[in-house]
Structure formats: C-alpha cells, structure tokens
Ligand binder design. Structure first.
Ligand code: SF4
Length: 258
C-alpha cells in the first residue's frame, strides 16, 4: 500500500510511515541520528550549493542532457549540447531539427544513434501526451522513451526541486561501503537513503554523495586521509580515523567531470 505521494514525505516521517509498525521495525541505520546529522552537516560545509554538472537551460533540455549522459561523461555531454540547445530547446524545435541533424550534434557521445532516436521519440511524446511540458511525477517521467527511474529522479530534483536520490554507481558504492544504506539493488539503496538522511539535508544529499564518491571515496581505493567523515565512517575498508580539515572546497574541485 504505497501512496505515490509519500516519496517526498518519507524523509520527514520515519515515525509516521504509512506502512505502519512493520515498516518502523525495519533495520535502522548503523549510524546514530547524531552521526548522520554530523556527516551531512560536514558535506554541506564542503559544498554549500552543489550543482549538477550537466548544462541545461530548462526542464526539457535537462531531460535530454540526462538521457544523453548514460555511459558518457558530463563534460562530453555538455560539449555537444551547448550548440544543440541553442537551436533546439523545446520538444517542437527538437522535432523540427529531426533525427539526422540531431545525430550530427551528438555524434561525439557514446551510443549516439540510439540516443538520438530516444530524444526524438521523447520530444514527440511530450508534445502528444503532455502538451509540450515536462511532467513532474516519476510515474509520468518514466513513460518517456529513454527515461528510467534514475533519470526521472535527477529531473525531479534538478528541474522541480523535489528531493530524490538518483542512485548511480558512486552512491550505490558508498551506501554499501560505509553501510549508510546497504542494499542489493539501487532501488533498495534509494529507499533506505530516503529514510536515513536527515530531512533538512535531503535535497542536496544526492550531489554530495556523488561528488564524495567521485573525488574521495573512490571505487578502487578510498582516499580516507582526504575524507571529512573519516572519524564517523564505519566502513571496514577505511584506512584512516582522522577527518580531513573541514573547509569549503574551491569550485574547480566541485565541478570537474571524471
Ligand atoms: S573514511 Fe574512507 S571509506 Fe569512509 S567515507 Fe571516507 S573515504 Fe570512504
């Protein structure tokens, strides 16, 4: 009995979870509430205003950019979309551009043929089913060609300010490695993160965790000596207990793509 509207309220309702008592006795985080507060407070000091690295000018171009970014770097996508969005920043203009010319704009991006097909198809669907506007709910967003749950979460958060956690490879790894929200699937991790992250930090948590994973808690070898949560972290893999100095990071450390 999941109410589709509960997603944004789950973060504020560990006690009032609509699944009742059964849900409340679900395993809690191994981190205490105080530790969780402190962890995310530190991330917020490091990166007060984290931004997604995908350039876009409106909700539609964000959907397109995210759809193009699968298995590609944000920097690579930005390079291609900078000129594309000057000529096609609405679904109708994208249709007018057509698949062949769209392909030319994005041919430096991996899987571009398939992605061009999807972008044209999703532009058509936006016009036919949504009056040319990008819908705001996950249920509607995932009906667009090439848009999965992860893309929908990114769009809801970045375009409409609805807190979500789009679990990518970095978030999935960190959630399991540091046992913040262990889970076997991205959906399981997402659901747990929505419950354990303090509500006031939920909106930016997605970016903080991605960037932490990209630059510090890296896949092969976490750089624990550079980590601001080294004292709090409960990962068996950690190699250092002393937290790195907590300072706001310069923009170039925040915004460099992999
Ligand atoms: S201490 Fe190491 S393992 Fe823990 S979050 Fe930091 S970088 Fe990752």
């Amino acid at each position: 009995m999941t109410n589709p509207k509960t997603k944004s309220s789950t973060q504020t309702s560990q006690k009032s979870n609509r699944n009742g008592a059964r849900r409340r006795v679900a395993p809690r985080s191994i981190y205490t509430k105080t530790e969780l507060q402190e962890m995310f407070r530190r991330f917020s000091v490091q990166r007060p205003e984290p931004k997604g690295e995908l350039e876009h000018v409106n909700a539609f171009t964000l959907v397109v950019a995210v759809a193009l970014s699968a298995q590609a770097t944000d920097a690579g996508v930005n390079k291609a979309t900078r000129s594309l969005f000057k000529v096609a920043d609405t679904p109708q203009k994208m249709l007018d551009l057509g698949e062949d010319r769209l392909r030319d704009y994005i041919k430096t991006i991996g899987l571009y043929r398939n992605k061009a097909k999807n972008v044209i198809a999703l532009s058509r669907k936006l016009i036919e089913d949504f009056g040319g506007e990008v819908p705001r709910t996950r249920e509607e967003l995932v009906t667009l060609p090439g848009v999965g749950r992860k893309t929908a979460n990114v769009v809801m958060s970045m375009a409409f300010g609805i807190p979500t956690i789009a679990v990518d490879t970095h978030i999935f790894r960190i959630a399991n490695r540091i046992r913040l929200a262990p889970g076997k699937t991205p959906d399981e991790v997402e659901e747990k993160l929505m419950r354990v992250i303090p509500p006031e930090y939920l909106f930016h948590a997605h970016h903080w965790l991605i960037l932490h994973g990209r630059y510090v808690c890296k896949a092969r070898r976490p750089e624990c000596e550079r980590c601001v949560i080294a004292d709090l972290c409960k990962s068996p893999e950690k190699s250092c207990d002393v937290p790195a100095p907590l300072v706001e990071l310069p923009p170039q450390v925040i915004g460099v793509a992999e």
